[in-house]
Write a protein that binds this ligand. Structure first.
Ligand code: ADP
Ligand code: MG
Length: 274
Protein backbone atom coordinates (compact mmCIF):
# COMPACT_ATOMS: atom_id res chain seq x y z
CA UNK A 1 0.00 0.00 0.00
CA UNK A 2 1.42 3.33 -1.08
CA UNK A 3 1.37 6.26 1.24
CA UNK A 4 0.21 9.50 -0.32
CA UNK A 5 2.76 12.34 -0.26
CA UNK A 6 2.35 14.96 2.45
CA UNK A 7 1.92 18.52 1.14
CA UNK A 8 4.08 21.27 2.62
CA UNK A 9 1.10 23.45 3.43
CA UNK A 10 -2.55 22.98 4.30
CA UNK A 11 -4.87 22.67 1.31
CA UNK A 12 -8.41 23.89 1.95
CA UNK A 13 -11.12 22.61 -0.41
CA UNK A 14 -14.72 23.67 -0.59
CA UNK A 15 -16.89 20.98 -2.17
CA UNK A 16 -19.63 22.95 -3.89
CA UNK A 17 -22.43 22.67 -6.41
CA UNK A 18 -25.76 24.35 -5.74
CA UNK A 19 -27.51 21.32 -7.20
CA UNK A 20 -28.55 18.74 -4.61
CA UNK A 21 -27.83 15.06 -5.04
CA UNK A 22 -24.74 15.41 -7.25
CA UNK A 23 -22.38 13.71 -4.79
CA UNK A 24 -20.95 16.59 -2.73
CA UNK A 25 -21.25 14.85 0.60
CA UNK A 26 -20.27 11.45 -0.75
CA UNK A 27 -17.19 12.97 -2.35
CA UNK A 28 -16.25 14.93 0.78
CA UNK A 29 -16.36 12.00 3.18
CA UNK A 30 -14.78 9.43 0.86
CA UNK A 31 -11.90 11.62 -0.29
CA UNK A 32 -11.36 12.58 3.35
CA UNK A 33 -11.37 8.94 4.45
CA UNK A 34 -9.04 7.88 1.65
CA UNK A 35 -6.53 10.63 2.51
CA UNK A 36 -6.70 9.88 6.25
CA UNK A 37 -6.26 6.16 5.65
CA UNK A 38 -2.89 6.97 4.09
CA UNK A 39 -1.87 8.82 7.23
CA UNK A 40 -2.52 12.38 6.10
CA UNK A 41 -4.11 14.72 8.64
CA UNK A 42 -7.62 15.59 7.50
CA UNK A 43 -10.37 17.88 8.78
CA UNK A 44 -13.93 17.76 7.45
CA UNK A 45 -16.15 20.76 8.14
CA UNK A 46 -19.83 20.01 7.66
CA UNK A 47 -21.78 23.18 6.87
CA UNK A 48 -24.96 21.55 5.57
CA UNK A 49 -27.73 21.71 8.22
CA UNK A 50 -28.73 18.18 7.15
CA UNK A 51 -25.47 16.95 8.66
CA UNK A 52 -25.07 14.13 6.13
CA UNK A 53 -21.28 14.31 6.18
CA UNK A 54 -21.32 14.08 9.99
CA UNK A 55 -23.56 11.01 9.78
CA UNK A 56 -21.41 9.27 7.17
CA UNK A 57 -18.33 9.80 9.34
CA UNK A 58 -20.09 8.37 12.40
CA UNK A 59 -20.04 11.71 14.24
CA UNK A 60 -22.79 12.64 16.70
CA UNK A 61 -24.65 15.69 15.39
CA UNK A 62 -27.62 15.83 17.72
CA UNK A 63 -28.48 19.34 18.89
CA UNK A 64 -26.57 18.96 22.20
CA UNK A 65 -23.13 18.67 20.61
CA UNK A 66 -20.84 21.63 19.93
CA UNK A 67 -20.99 22.23 16.20
CA UNK A 68 -20.15 24.50 13.32
CA UNK A 69 -23.18 26.59 14.30
CA UNK A 70 -21.39 27.57 17.53
CA UNK A 71 -18.29 28.46 15.52
CA UNK A 72 -20.03 30.57 12.88
CA UNK A 73 -22.73 32.22 14.98
CA UNK A 74 -21.51 32.09 18.59
CA UNK A 75 -17.77 32.67 18.07
CA UNK A 76 -16.86 29.33 19.65
CA UNK A 77 -13.31 28.08 19.07
CA UNK A 78 -13.25 25.42 16.36
CA UNK A 79 -10.95 23.32 18.58
CA UNK A 80 -13.86 22.91 21.01
CA UNK A 81 -16.11 21.44 18.30
CA UNK A 82 -13.93 18.94 16.42
CA UNK A 83 -14.76 15.28 16.95
CA UNK A 84 -12.69 12.24 15.91
CA UNK A 85 -14.08 9.84 13.33
CA UNK A 86 -14.52 6.52 15.20
CA UNK A 87 -13.38 4.36 12.25
CA UNK A 88 -10.32 6.24 11.05
CA UNK A 89 -7.31 7.84 12.68
CA UNK A 90 -6.15 11.23 11.40
CA UNK A 91 -9.71 12.26 10.53
CA UNK A 92 -11.53 14.93 12.52
CA UNK A 93 -14.90 16.51 11.81
CA UNK A 94 -16.68 19.69 12.82
CA UNK A 95 -20.27 18.44 12.83
CA UNK A 96 -23.36 20.29 11.63
CA UNK A 97 -26.53 20.21 13.69
CA UNK A 98 -30.00 21.20 12.56
CA UNK A 99 -29.47 24.55 14.40
CA UNK A 100 -27.51 25.54 11.33
CA UNK A 101 -30.75 25.79 9.33
CA UNK A 102 -31.35 29.19 10.94
CA UNK A 103 -27.80 30.41 10.43
CA UNK A 104 -28.34 31.77 6.91
CA UNK A 105 -30.70 34.32 8.38
CA UNK A 106 -28.81 34.91 11.64
CA UNK A 107 -25.64 35.60 9.69
CA UNK A 108 -27.16 38.54 7.82
CA UNK A 109 -26.96 40.85 10.83
CA UNK A 110 -23.55 39.73 12.16
CA UNK A 111 -20.30 41.62 11.59
CA UNK A 112 -17.84 40.06 9.14
CA UNK A 113 -20.61 37.72 8.13
CA UNK A 114 -18.73 36.33 5.13
CA UNK A 115 -15.45 35.79 7.00
CA UNK A 116 -16.59 34.01 10.14
CA UNK A 117 -15.68 30.47 9.11
CA UNK A 118 -12.38 31.62 7.56
CA UNK A 119 -11.25 33.34 10.77
CA UNK A 120 -12.17 30.41 12.99
CA UNK A 121 -10.46 27.95 10.66
CA UNK A 122 -7.32 30.08 10.42
CA UNK A 123 -7.07 30.17 14.21
CA UNK A 124 -7.60 26.40 14.47
CA UNK A 125 -5.00 25.62 11.79
CA UNK A 126 -2.48 27.86 13.55
CA UNK A 127 -3.15 26.00 16.79
CA UNK A 128 -2.60 22.61 15.13
CA UNK A 129 0.59 23.90 13.51
CA UNK A 130 1.87 25.12 16.88
CA UNK A 131 1.17 21.69 18.35
CA UNK A 132 3.21 20.07 15.57
CA UNK A 133 0.17 18.35 14.03
CA UNK A 134 -0.38 20.40 10.91
CA UNK A 135 -3.58 19.62 9.01
CA UNK A 136 -2.84 18.51 5.44
CA UNK A 137 -6.31 18.70 3.92
CA UNK A 138 -9.47 20.52 4.96
CA UNK A 139 -12.68 19.56 3.13
CA UNK A 140 -15.77 21.72 3.58
CA UNK A 141 -19.08 20.07 2.63
CA UNK A 142 -21.57 22.69 1.41
CA UNK A 143 -25.35 22.78 1.38
CA UNK A 144 -27.10 22.78 -2.03
CA UNK A 145 -27.41 26.56 -2.24
CA UNK A 146 -25.25 29.61 -2.81
CA UNK A 147 -26.28 31.40 0.39
CA UNK A 148 -24.12 32.88 3.14
CA UNK A 149 -23.00 29.49 4.46
CA UNK A 150 -21.55 28.57 1.08
CA UNK A 151 -20.04 32.06 0.80
CA UNK A 152 -18.32 31.45 4.16
CA UNK A 153 -16.90 28.21 2.73
CA UNK A 154 -15.63 29.97 -0.41
CA UNK A 155 -13.94 32.65 1.69
CA UNK A 156 -12.31 30.07 3.97
CA UNK A 157 -10.94 27.93 1.11
CA UNK A 158 -8.12 28.11 -1.45
CA UNK A 159 -9.67 25.65 -3.85
CA UNK A 160 -13.10 24.61 -5.06
CA UNK A 161 -13.83 20.97 -5.88
CA UNK A 162 -16.98 20.65 -8.00
CA UNK A 163 -18.60 17.22 -8.22
CA UNK A 164 -20.55 16.87 -11.47
CA UNK A 165 -23.10 14.15 -11.92
CA UNK A 166 -22.86 12.46 -15.33
CA UNK A 167 -26.41 13.17 -16.47
CA UNK A 168 -28.14 15.28 -19.05
CA UNK A 169 -28.51 18.53 -17.08
CA UNK A 170 -24.99 18.40 -15.66
CA UNK A 171 -23.66 21.57 -17.23
CA UNK A 172 -26.86 23.50 -16.66
CA UNK A 173 -26.57 25.57 -13.51
CA UNK A 174 -22.80 25.33 -13.62
CA UNK A 175 -22.56 28.83 -15.14
CA UNK A 176 -24.44 30.20 -12.12
CA UNK A 177 -21.90 28.54 -9.85
CA UNK A 178 -18.96 29.86 -11.86
CA UNK A 179 -20.41 33.38 -11.83
CA UNK A 180 -20.75 33.25 -8.06
CA UNK A 181 -17.20 32.04 -7.66
CA UNK A 182 -15.98 34.92 -9.87
CA UNK A 183 -17.78 37.36 -7.58
CA UNK A 184 -16.12 35.80 -4.56
CA UNK A 185 -12.71 36.04 -6.26
CA UNK A 186 -13.30 39.69 -7.10
CA UNK A 187 -14.65 40.88 -3.77
CA UNK A 188 -13.82 38.46 -0.98
CA UNK A 189 -11.13 35.89 -1.79
CA UNK A 190 -8.80 36.60 -4.73
CA UNK A 191 -6.83 33.42 -3.98
CA UNK A 192 -9.73 31.05 -4.60
CA UNK A 193 -9.36 28.76 -7.61
CA UNK A 194 -11.56 26.12 -9.17
CA UNK A 195 -8.87 23.50 -9.09
CA UNK A 196 -10.73 20.23 -9.23
CA UNK A 197 -13.74 18.70 -10.94
CA UNK A 198 -14.85 15.15 -10.23
CA UNK A 199 -17.26 13.22 -12.44
CA UNK A 200 -19.64 11.24 -10.23
CA UNK A 201 -22.25 8.52 -10.71
CA UNK A 202 -20.65 7.55 -13.99
CA UNK A 203 -22.40 4.72 -15.80
CA UNK A 204 -20.07 3.17 -18.36
CA UNK A 205 -22.95 1.33 -20.05
CA UNK A 206 -24.70 4.49 -21.25
CA UNK A 207 -23.65 6.78 -24.08
CA UNK A 208 -25.06 9.67 -22.10
CA UNK A 209 -22.55 9.31 -19.25
CA UNK A 210 -19.69 9.16 -21.75
CA UNK A 211 -20.98 12.20 -23.64
CA UNK A 212 -21.39 14.28 -20.50
CA UNK A 213 -17.94 13.22 -19.31
CA UNK A 214 -16.38 14.22 -22.66
CA UNK A 215 -18.19 17.55 -22.60
CA UNK A 216 -16.99 18.39 -19.11
CA UNK A 217 -13.42 17.32 -19.93
CA UNK A 218 -13.44 19.49 -23.04
CA UNK A 219 -14.58 22.52 -21.03
CA UNK A 220 -12.23 21.96 -18.07
CA UNK A 221 -9.23 19.97 -19.32
CA UNK A 222 -6.96 20.99 -16.40
CA UNK A 223 -9.45 20.52 -13.62
CA UNK A 224 -11.19 17.22 -14.27
CA UNK A 225 -9.65 14.28 -12.43
CA UNK A 226 -8.74 11.30 -14.62
CA UNK A 227 -10.82 8.89 -12.60
CA UNK A 228 -14.62 9.08 -12.73
CA UNK A 229 -16.64 7.70 -9.82
CA UNK A 230 -18.95 4.90 -10.99
CA UNK A 231 -22.50 4.45 -9.86
CA UNK A 232 -22.21 1.90 -7.07
CA UNK A 233 -24.66 0.43 -4.60
CA UNK A 234 -21.88 0.08 -2.01
CA UNK A 235 -21.28 3.83 -2.13
CA UNK A 236 -24.95 4.61 -1.52
CA UNK A 237 -25.47 2.08 1.28
CA UNK A 238 -22.34 2.94 3.32
CA UNK A 239 -23.92 6.02 5.04
CA UNK A 240 -26.72 3.91 6.50
CA UNK A 241 -23.99 2.09 8.46
CA UNK A 242 -22.53 5.46 9.46
CA UNK A 243 -19.48 4.67 7.37
CA UNK A 244 -17.64 5.75 4.26
CA UNK A 245 -17.28 3.20 1.49
CA UNK A 246 -13.53 3.33 2.19
CA UNK A 247 -14.07 1.61 5.55
CA UNK A 248 -17.33 -0.22 4.76
CA UNK A 249 -16.24 -2.07 1.59
CA UNK A 250 -12.60 -1.16 0.87
CA UNK A 251 -12.24 -3.47 -2.15
CA UNK A 252 -15.40 -2.32 -3.95
CA UNK A 253 -15.13 -0.39 -7.21
CA UNK A 254 -16.55 2.67 -5.48
CA UNK A 255 -13.90 2.61 -2.76
CA UNK A 256 -11.10 2.02 -5.25
CA UNK A 257 -12.20 4.91 -7.47
CA UNK A 258 -12.49 7.33 -4.54
CA UNK A 259 -9.06 6.19 -3.41
CA UNK A 260 -7.73 6.93 -6.89
CA UNK A 261 -9.34 10.38 -6.87
CA UNK A 262 -7.74 11.06 -3.49
CA UNK A 263 -4.37 9.92 -4.82
CA UNK A 264 -4.65 12.36 -7.76
CA UNK A 265 -5.56 15.16 -5.37
CA UNK A 266 -2.61 14.29 -3.12
CA UNK A 267 -0.25 14.23 -6.11
CA UNK A 268 -1.48 17.64 -7.24
CA UNK A 269 -1.17 18.86 -3.67
CA UNK A 270 2.59 18.39 -3.68
CA UNK A 271 3.13 19.40 -7.32
CA UNK A 272 1.55 22.81 -6.85
CA UNK A 273 2.96 24.68 -3.91
CA UNK A 274 1.57 28.02 -5.05
P1 ADP B 1 -25.17 16.00 -2.35
O1 ADP B 1 -24.35 16.10 -1.13
O2 ADP B 1 -24.60 16.73 -3.53
O3 ADP B 1 -26.61 16.35 -2.12
P2 ADP B 1 -24.88 13.14 -1.98
O4 ADP B 1 -23.44 12.91 -1.86
O5 ADP B 1 -25.68 13.16 -0.72
O6 ADP B 1 -25.18 14.45 -2.82
O7 ADP B 1 -25.47 12.03 -2.99
C1 ADP B 1 -26.86 11.99 -3.30
C2 ADP B 1 -27.35 10.54 -3.23
O8 ADP B 1 -26.70 9.76 -4.22
C3 ADP B 1 -27.05 9.87 -1.91
O9 ADP B 1 -28.10 9.01 -1.59
C4 ADP B 1 -25.77 9.09 -2.18
O10 ADP B 1 -25.66 7.94 -1.35
C5 ADP B 1 -25.98 8.69 -3.64
N1 ADP B 1 -24.71 8.57 -4.35
C6 ADP B 1 -23.69 9.46 -4.40
N2 ADP B 1 -22.69 9.02 -5.18
C7 ADP B 1 -23.07 7.81 -5.64
C8 ADP B 1 -22.47 6.82 -6.51
N3 ADP B 1 -21.27 7.01 -7.06
N4 ADP B 1 -23.16 5.69 -6.75
C9 ADP B 1 -24.38 5.49 -6.21
N5 ADP B 1 -25.02 6.36 -5.40
C10 ADP B 1 -24.36 7.51 -5.11
MG1 MG C 1 -24.84 16.88 0.76
Amino acid sequence: TTTFPRPDRTHIFTIANQKGGVGKTTTTVNIAAALAKQGLEVLVIDIDPQGNASTALGIDHSTEVASVYDVIIEDAAMADTVAPCPDLDHLLCVPATIDLAGAEIELVSLVAREQRLARALEEYLALRESEGSRVDYVLIDCPPSLGLLTVNAFVAANEVLIPIQCEYYALEGLSQLLKNIQLIQKHLNPDLSISTILLTMYDGRTNLSAEVANDVRAHFPEQVLRVAIPRSVRISEAPSYRQTVITYEPSSSGALSYREAAEEIAARGVADNG
